[in-house]
Design a binder for this molecule. Structure first.
Ligand code: TLP
Length: 344
């Protein structure tokens, strides 16, 4: 039996079309700007985001780090959510490698930051304070339940940042999930942002990579930072070839994963002992917790599920995260609901 892996959409295997494209991709040395497949991917990505230029990077983390280090110098401050991926899960890279000071604001349950909170966090002219340089938003918001953030909110936050002299970076690791949820082009969600990263290697199934997009000048500067970080790649067109398929063939099908996440949530919340922590999913993430009547921990239940070849994310003593993706079909959803029921 195949393994049902719901831990993340990062576990997705490349599609057969990707493997074929990778095998035959024309390549060159990208540090010389001579990889035709990377150049094609960067152009395509920039067009999808409505920006002038793109930069292929190894991961979402590298894309966010490159962006933040391009916007900010040492001692500058970046405002971000306390549940944001850049704050929680990127090993403190902006502080460790860039000397950039994070100012965190509480994320609201829908993944946004209160506009008054952002306004209040922006520093004035005071030699005691770091210089406020950048605001970071995340769409979809991972730890807030995979919630999609609207274009209207992003515009309002971007307007506020710009009015006060800050730039806006969007961690759009799953921006195509947000676009699918709102039924709008991703470029509309990214429009207010000065820079945006999105991942090819999550729900879009490519094996490696993300793209950072922004103005031509911003990407020229980001290219140097990527080199500093050791991210100048050579014949990586082999990877970009899969990224092109990801953008052309996989970005519009994500609502199928959202429908399966809803089916999974509907089935699981009927099981005694389980509750949906963040309500019905709007995209591809289901957050679940065990109620007080259950004595087992989430890790113990995950072990029982693993015996049935089902892998789920354990994100707290009593909490799970289940993520649907291309390799999770209707039968896998049903099997998972049955296995949870038996494990409890
Ligand atoms: N998220 C991973 C884990 O790191 C938690 C996951 O399984 O969801 N931004 C967001 C919003 C992300 O969710 C992630 C990965 C990244 C950036 C980083 O991407 P990678 O893993 O490519 O560095």
């Amino acid at each position: 039996m195949e393994i049902i892996d719901l831990r993340s959409d990062t576990v997705t295997q490349p599609t057969p079309a990707m493997r074929q494209a990778m095998a035959s991709a024309p390549v060159g040395d990208d540090v010389y700007g001579e990889d035709p497949t990377i150049n094609r991917l960067e152009k395509l990505a920039a067009a999808k985001m409505g920006k002038e230029a793109g930069l292929f990077v190894a991961s979402g983390t590298m894309g966010n780090l490159t962006a933040i280090l391009t916007h900010c110098g040492r001692g500058d401050e970046v405002i971000m959510g306390n549940l944001g991926h850049t704050f929680l899960f990127e090993a403190g890279g902006v502080a460790a490698l860039g000397g950039v000071h994070p100012y965190t604001l509480p994320n609201l349950p829908d993944g946004t930051l209160e506009l008054e909170g952002i306004a209040g966090a922006i520093r004035g002219e005071d030699i005691h304070a770091p210089v406020s340089r950048l605001l970071v938003l995340e769409n979809t918001h991972n730890r807030c339940g995979g919630t999609p953030i609207s274009a209207a909110y992003t515009q309002a936050a971007g307007d506020l940042a710009h009015l006060r002299g800050l730039s806006l970076h969007l961690d759009g690791a799953r921006i195509f999930n947000a676009a699918g949820a709102y039924q709008v082009p991703a470029s509309e969600l990214a429009k207010p942002a000065d820079s945006v990263t999105f991942c090819l290697s999550k729900g879009l199934c490519a094996p490696v990579g993300s793209v950072l997009c922004g103005s031509g000048d911003f990407i020229r500067r980001a290219r140097r930072i990527r080199k500093q970080l050791g991210g100048g790649m050579r014949q990586a067109g082999i990877l970009a070839a899969a990224g092109i398929i990801a953008l052309e063939e996989m970005s519009d099908r994500l609502p199928e994963d959202h429908a399966r996440a809803r089916a999974l949530a509907e089935g699981l919340c009927k099981i005694q002992g389980l509750e949906l922590t963040m309500g019905m999913p709007a995209t591809n993430m289901v957050f679940l917790s065990l109620d007080e009547g259950v004595t087992l921990t989430a890790a113990q239940i995950a072990d029982r599920l693993a015996e049935k070849k089902i892998k789920v994310g354990v994100v707290g003593a009593k909490r799970f995260r289940l993520v649907t993706h291309y390799w999770i079909d209707d039968a896998a959803v049903e099997q998972t609901i049955k296995a949870f029921s038996a494990a409890l």
